[in-house]
Design a protein around this ligand. Structure first.
Ligand SMILES: [Zn+2]
Length: 63
């Protein structure tokens, strides 16, 4: 199932969602909650992996 973990405080309306797999390197950032849910359940259905969707602020940068 999708778990919604908030990684930071709620900021602006332009949030992003990081869809991340706990079992492999699958990772995808989207701007839309619905898209995040679709991508997450898609990967989960195909792989049976545990997928999480993290809400991230617009300035989120993992470089
Ligand atoms: Zn996976």
């Amino acid at each position: 199932m999708l778990t919604n973990r908030e990684s930071a405080e709620t900021t602006t309306e332009s949030k992003r969602f990081l869809v991340k797999c706990e079992s492999c390197a699958f990772e995808h950032t989207v701007a839309d909650r619905d898209e995040a849910a679709v991508i997450g359940s898609d990967h989960q259905r195909e792989t049976r992996h545990e997928v999480v969707a993290l809400e991230v602020p617009p300035a989120f940068d993992r470089s």
